[in-house]
Ligand binder design. Structure first.
Ligand SMILES: NC(=O)CC[C@H](N)C(=O)O
Length: 194
């Protein structure tokens, strides 16, 4: 099993390391053809406008939508969450528009640029170490979306079937359990199709 990390912009190498700590192989994905070699995809944090532009330029919007339609798990962190959302507050256009959520960009930033905290996440036994950097938050979720954690009553981790998102950067700590959770989603999907 191989996990791809979309490598157009943002925190790529850190995700590769976390996936390896979780016991799976990880590779960068820079061209749409490379999606054929991976069974799950991470869209990293960075700058969502830049990632969205590069995705359009290199054909990733359609390619990732197809990848998702086949049920392949996708994990979006921070800017990656924004890129997956169907609705972005204050913006007319979404990017991939795959997940039934509304996001507000830089929502914590108005109070605090960045901070770290321990976060209880449904499905993971002990709290997860989370780093928030100009983080978005989820302001609305559709019926199919399961909220996995909140921070000060705001939704910061959520799942919709094969789609997983976090407002924060789980890859910037040694705590790889959210990556482990994602690897387990990919294993379950692979088992269901083999
Ligand atoms: N750390 C991040 O990924 C920040 C996201 C960034 N604020 C955006 O809106 O794209």
């Amino acid at each position: 099993m191989k996990v791809g990390v979309l490598a157009l912009q943002g925190a790529v190498t850190e995700h590769i390391r976390s996936i390896e700590l979780a016991g799976a192989e990880a590779v960068t994905v820079k061209k749409i053809e490379e999606l054929a070699d991976v069974q799950g995809l991470i869209i990293p944090g960075g700058e969502s406008t830049t990632i969205g532009k590069l995705m359009r330029k290199y054909g990733f919007i359609e390619a990732i939508r197809n990848f998702s339609e086949n049920g392949n798990p996708i994990f979006g962190t921070c800017a990656g969450l924004i890129v997956l959302a169907e609705r972005i507050e204050g913006q007319d256009e979404a990017h991939l528009a795959l997940m039934d959520i509304t996001v507000a960009r830089n929502a914590f930033g108005r109070q605090r640029e960045s901070f770290e905290t321990d976060l209880g996440v449904k499905g993971i036994d002990e709290p997860v170490r989370a780093v928030f950097i100009r983080a978005p938050l989820i302001t609305n979720v559709g019926n199919e979306v399961e909220v996995l954690s909140t921070y000060q009553d705001e939704i910061v981790t959520a799942r919709q079937g094969h789609l997983l998102v976090s407002s924060y950067h789980p890859e910037l700590t040694d705590d790889y359990r959210l990556h482990q959770y994602f690897v387990d989603m990919i294993r379950a999907h692979n088992a269901s199709i083999s």
